[in-house]
Design a protein around this ligand. Structure first.
Ligand code: BES
Ligand code: ZN
Length: 676
């Protein structure tokens, strides 16, 4: 745990000052500190998930020289850091590492020679990894570390050819967020430090290597690759991938990288990407990263998408043929402003990245696909908050977390950071009007471009640039409640969706009378309508009811992961064991955490389910990413199965139909639908 108190001047230079805070007490007249200029204050930045000491020394550039070894499952080579020493009394450079073998540390002497530096690698902390302390009393402008990663590196996944689409070549990719970059590069792994980077990478000749940098669509596959990222980025945006990858353009500055068998499907699904970039630019100012390409990964990718600059990493599970899940692209593209440009200073402020991005994502969806589509997505997101808050610890319902709230940064509440965060911005938009709010948001991205952001600094900016300029619309107390309070404030705006009203009516009619909506209706349903249909179901139904749904709509075996995410848990809780075989295949094929964890959680509720989960996991594990493996292991270890094998729940509270509660937390609860 590191706590840094930056001096006023350093903090101001680094852009970490809370804008507009008064110096107190100030003997000078107010005019000496104009409102537009940040006043000198000290702000404690605490990144409890990094050993680095950014108040003493900061990396300004990272140069990597690495070799990819698929047989050993390692990256090895050197990392060279250009350093800015801030504290003249500092004697060492402290880096974050996890499971890395350090062979050598050297410093560039004043005479321009590399000389060995003493270093010590501490014992491994289960979450933070091992602190690497390099003695550098001479404050070298550059330090170089020679290292090899472990085959178990938490930030890399090495896939056998059998786990890829083409089945002929191995594949490797990184996932650095939140704190996994340190497992493949020793570095100051905190988002409060930004640096440019370059890389030389050697790989087997048939493997294409890509990074979160200036990938050349026409690059020759010669086993020798060089990269440059001239914009300063935080460590969690370092990314690399290698495999049998080909490129197809989507537009002038966008394209898709994928395995040959996947690339055409991806091009069709993501055809609107160039339009999305244009739309985002009109709303939020220039796209500042050059190209925007997408890399479609194998299905074991543990997330939906990752906003690696210039090269979004994406799960293939959003390629469903009807573009209904391309809000993922809108989301990752939106991070080019919220997150990659204006970056949370520590993961306690994750909502500054994800909440802002979810808001912008929805605005892009609205602009490109219409308000009805955007509203359906909003309603699904808000339903998640309402559902999650029934059981979530109130301290994790606050947008701004306090130190110690989040032991493991991989476990944050997505409903809070994504949905409550976006809901807050919708609230501001509603109160101030779209035009005023949009211009504030665009200004916010400009004012803080390439800087670290804290919640306190955001609140200051809001007060100064939105509230004070448009008085009488929102009170300080309302801001406080949204940002620092648990739950969803009663002032939260509502969303209405005509299409969802139809879906709700169909579900209620079916649970009441057993008559299902005609295929002519459901045939036109999008992913979102199916999700709504299933999410509104009682916790458990009778197996014969599931059978009826399945016969009508073929839900078991669905290729759509979003539908599978809702269908299999319902099937399991309802004792509909016929779904097990396809459920098992789904859990083996897909490694995206969000899609598969609900099914594992439903399985471990009963002894029979737990046994099945263990069996499936044993088979699936070799293909899972370390992050997914960790989550599944935890669910299995924490299981408290009921003695009974999977049987339908008895009538009672468990069968109460869920409120179509998504519309508003303060809406009155309608009577439960009849299930008998
Ligand atoms: N940056 C996140 C992924 C992430 C968050 C990785 C926290 C590690 C820690 C990415 O932008 C994201 O939000 N992905 C979502 C998709 C999106 C459409 C909501 C996901 O993976 O589900
Ligand atoms: Zn995101």
């Amino acid at each position: 745990m590191r706590k840094m108190l930056l001096s006023a001047s350093i903090a101001a230079a680094l852009g970490l000052v809370a804008v507009g805070c008064e110096r107190s007490p100030s003997p000078e007249p107010a005019s000496s500190t104009p409102a537009t200029q940040p006043a000198a204050v000290t702000e404690a930045i605490t990144d409890e998930h990094s050993y680095a000491e950014p108040g003493k020394v900061r990396t300004t550039d990272l140069a990597l020289d690495l070799a990819v070894d698929f047989d050993e499952k390692t990256l090895s080579g050197t990392a060279t850091y250009s350093l800015e020493w801030l504290d003249r009394n500092a004697g060492q450079l402290v880096l974050d590492t996890r499971d890395i073998s350090i062979h050598k540390a050297e410093g560039l002497s004043a005479e321009g020679e590399w000389t060995a530096l003493e270093f010590a690698l501490a014992d491994k902390d289960p979450i933070l990894g091992s602190k690497l302390t390099i003695q550098a009393p001479e404050h070298p402008t550059q330090v170089r570390v020679t290292y090899t990663t472990s085959p178990e590196a938490s930030g890399l996944q090495w896939l056998e050819p059998s786990m890829t689409e083409g089945k002929t070549s191995p594949f490797m990719f990184s996932q650095s967020q939140q704190i996994h970059a340190r497992s493949w590069v020793p570095l100051q792994d905190t988002p409060s430090i930004r640096f440019t980077y370059s890389a030389k990478v050697k790989a087997p000749k048939d493997a294409m290597v890509l990074m979160s940098a200036d990938n050349d669509p026409a690059a020759a596959r010669d086993g020798d690759y060089t990269f440059k990222m001239p914009q300063k980025i935080p460590s969690y945006l370092l990314a690399i991938a290698a495999g049998d990858l080909v490129f197809k353009p989507l537009g002038e500055r966008s394209g898709v990288w994928a395995e040959p068998a996947m690339v055409d499907k991806a091009v069709a699904e993501f055809a609107d990407t160039e339009k999305m970039i244009d739309t985002a630019e009109q709303m939020y100012g220039p796209y500042r990263w050059g190209r925007y390409d997408l890399l479609v990964l194998p299905p074991s990718f543990p997330y939906g998408g990752m906003e690696n600059p210039r090269l979004t990493f994406a799960t293939p599970t959003v390629i469903v043929g009807d573009k209904s899940l391309v809000s993922l692209v809108a989301h990752e593209l939106a991070h080019s402003w919220s997150g990659n440009l204006v970056t949370f200073a520590t993961d306690k402020d994750a909502w500054l990245n994800e909440g802002f991005t979810s808001y912008v994502e929805n605005r892009l969806v609205e602009a490109l696909f219409g308000k009805e589509q955007a509203d359906m997505e909003t309603a699904i997101g808000r339903a998640e908050v309402v559902e999650e808050y029934k059981t979530l610890d109130p301290k994790l319902q606050r947008l701004a977390l306090k130190p110690g709230d989040l032991a493991n940064p991989d476990d944050s509440s997505s409903a809070t950071v994504y949905q409550k965060g976006a809901w807050f911005l919708s609230f501001l938009e509603q109160r101030f009007g779209r035009e005023v709010f949009d211009s504030w948001l665009k200004g916010y991205f400009d004012r803080h471009a390439f800087q670290s952001m804290t919640t306190a600094k955001l609140v200051e900016d809001l007060k100064q640039n939105l509230l004070a300029k448009n008085p009488g619309k929102v009170t300080d107390a309302e801001i406080q409640e949204w940002v620092y309070g648990p739950g969803i404030p009663a002032s939260a705006p509502r969303v209405e969706s005509r299409k969802f009203s139809t879906v709700d009516a169909a579900r209620i009619a079916w649970t009441g009378s057993g008559s299902l909506p005609d295929k002519s209706i459901t045939g036109a349903w999008s992913t979102q309508e199916w999700v709504r249909f299933l999410e509104g179901m009682p916790d458990a139904l009778k197996p014969e009811q599931l059978r009826q749904l399945d016969e009508a709509y073929k839900l078991t075996g669905t290729p759509n992961g979003e539908i599978a995410q809702r269908w299999y848990p319902l099937a399991e809780r309802s004792g509909y064991v016929e779904a097990r075989a396809e459920m098992g295949k789904f859990l083996e094929r897909v490694g995206r955490r969000k899609l598969i964890m609900p099914t594992y959680k439903a399985l471990v509720e009963t002894q029979g389910g737990l046994a099945f989960a263990q069996q499936v996991f044993a088979k699936a594990k070799p293909g899972y990413h370390p992050i997914t493996t960790g989550s599944v292991q935890e669910a299995i270890a924490n299981a408290k199965p009921k003695a009974d094998p999977a049987v339908p729940a008895k009538p009672g509270p468990a069968q109460t139909a869920k409120v179509p509660e998504t519309l508003h937390p303060s809406d009155p609860v309608p009577p439960p639908a009849e299930t008998e």
